[in-house]
Design a protein around this ligand. Structure first.
Ligand code: GLC
Ligand code: CA
Length: 500
């Protein structure tokens, strides 16, 4: 199946490419860059939400799940994009946001108008009371409940503009099954399921009892990773399987252990689940080996291939998180040698750093609620030219690009063998021919504790030197994440792929 070893490129449409010059990325912009993505060597793109939305949470606040927001274009632009992607040999997966709607969704507007006790309110979690009905906190900070003028409160695990849907209500199931079919009928290859661990809440909405607000910290919460979510995915799997062409779904599920992650990819559930333990692990041999072994073992128990990820639109860019471009490149080459599928967040292939944006231009609703914002990884991509908007489209761009990005543009990097985009191109080309199979990973005895070395039968050897001393290579490097030393040794913070 195509997705089992696919490299899937995350497009955040608002920041990818702007075709109509308003400073905001759009679907025609994505369409104009499909050649770039094909030549990069990815197999598929995942489009972050382009649905009609007031855009308070970057489109993860959907007000019509069957419509394209005018900011991004039209449904026919999307049809054109899917058709063109196919012609370029690229699959397309789209985001599905089933945990919550926007307060501007007609269902929520109706619920407010219909009043307490109405069936329209049963689609969300409304409760009466003098204060918040329980002690849950929003992931973005502050109480997870907001009061409406008639005195009732509604639940929102995220921003107050994102009321949680009530998945105890069969109408919600029916609606999302229809939404799945709507997009499957339009030809999408699959879905990335937003907050896949959050849909079902524990009966009676019991207090959490402690203060905990982070997406990562989900163990034992009455609102995440409840058994009931798996029933939903079993129903969706049947729908996906009823369509021709290997349709798939990948779960965004921040759950506490690889074993819990594996439950989302049991044979009758979803196909992939992001391995966030890999994303959050320090770039150290022992930590990575532990995470890799644990994920491979957990996936094996359910017969699913693993799914690796270094970043996305919610997390600090790898260059900044790992502390240098060289370390991010080493991490990428290591990830791309692992068995299974890998996701690349747009701009990772350019080595973009997190941008330290001034507070007044930041847009993330998490900022006001928590003091933390995710805007720094969402800055529009630099394509060409010496100054902003670097070929992105119109200016000013919706988030400002740094002055120092000229050297990071696709144009500036293309053809430079030392550049990050050329590293990705080479890596994806080699991966396609040598790593992409199902060959199991076998650890090799490392020459030093801070070195990771493995082979995948029958192909290549991957060696990551995460220590502080150069190391001698036992074989001929066909690709390395950075220059080798003059004596042929592999420097610290460098990964090499070797022919055996
Ligand atoms: C997911 C998205 C994130 C969004 C949140 C609420 O974690 O990746 O961007 O804010 O869900 O929809
Ligand atoms: Ca635009």
């Amino acid at each position: 199946m195509w997705w089992q070893s696919a490299v899937i490129y995350q497009v955040y449409p608002r920041s990818f490419a702007d075709a109509n010059g308003d400073g905001i990325g759009d679907l025609e912009g994505v369409r104009s860059k499909l050649g770039y993505l094909r030549d990069l060597g990815v197999d598929a793109i995942w489009l972050s939400p382009f649905y009609r939305s007031p855009m308070i949470d970057g489109g993860y606040d959907v007000s019509d799940h069957r419509a394209v927001d005018p900011m991004f274009g039209t449904l026919s632009d999307l049809d054109g994009l899917i058709a063109d992607a196919r012609a370029h040999g690229l699959r397309v997966i789209v985001d599905l946001v089933p945990n919550h709607y926007s307060t501007e969704h007609p269902w929520f507007v109706d619920a407010l108008a219909a009043g307490p006790g109405s069936p329209a309110r049963e689609r969300f979690h409304f409760r009466p009371g003098d204060g918040p009905p329980n002690d849950w906190q929003s992931i973005f900070g502050g109480p997870a409940w907001t009061q409406v003028p008639d005195g009732e409160w509604y639940l929102h695990l995220f921003d107050s503009s994102q009321p949680d849907l009530n998945w105890q209500n069969p109408e919600v199931h029916a609606e999302f099954e229809a939404i799945l079919r709507f997009w499957l009928d339009r030809g999408v290859d699959g879905f990335r399921v937003d907050v896949a661990h959050g849909l079902v809440k524990a009966a009676g909405l019991p207090d959490l009892g402690t203060e905990r607000t982070h997406m990562f910290d989900t163990s034992g919460t009455p609102y995440f990773d409840q058994d009931g979510v798996h029933e939903i995915y079993r129903a969706w799997r049947k729908i996906l399987d009823s369509y021709p062409g290997d349709r798939m779904a990948v779960a965004e599920a921040w759950v506490p252990s690889p074993e819990r992650v594996a439950r989302y990819v049991r044979p009758d559930e979803l196909h992939q689940a992001f391995n966030f333990d890999y994303l959050t692990a320090p770039l150290r041999a022992a930590d990575l080996r532990r995470v890799i072994d644990a994920s491979l073992a957990a996936c094996a128990t359910v017969g699913a291939p693993p799914t690796w990820v270094l970043g996305n639109h919610d997390t600090v860019r790898p260059v900044t998180r790992y502390g240098s471009l060289g370390r991010a490149r080493a991490a990428a080459l290591l990830m791309l040698a692992l068995p299974g599928s890998a996701y690349v967040h747009q701009g990772e292939e350019l080595g973009l750093p997190e941008v330290d944006l001034p507070v007044e231009v930041r847009r993330d609703p998490a900022l006001a609620r928590s003091g933390h914002s995710r805007d720094g990884c969402r800055v529009p991509l630099p394509w060409s030219g010496a100054a902003a908007p670097y070929g992105f489209g119109g200016a000013p761009t919706w988030l400002p690009q740094p002055d120092a990005w000229a050297g990071l543009s696709v144009e500036a990097q293309t053809g430079d063998p030392e550049s990050t985009v050329e590293l990705y191109r080479a890596a994806l080309r080699i991966r396609r021919s040598s790593w992409a199979g199902s060959g199991a990973l076998r650890w090799l005895d490392p020459p030093a504790p801070e070195v990771l070395a493995f082979t995948r039968e029958p192909g290549l050897v991957c060696v990551a030197n995460l220590g502080s001393e150069p190391m001698t290579l036992d074989g001929r490097p066909i690709l390395a994440s950075g220059p080798l030393n003059d004596d042929g040794t592999l420097p610290p913070d460098t990964t090499a792929w070797l022919a055996v």
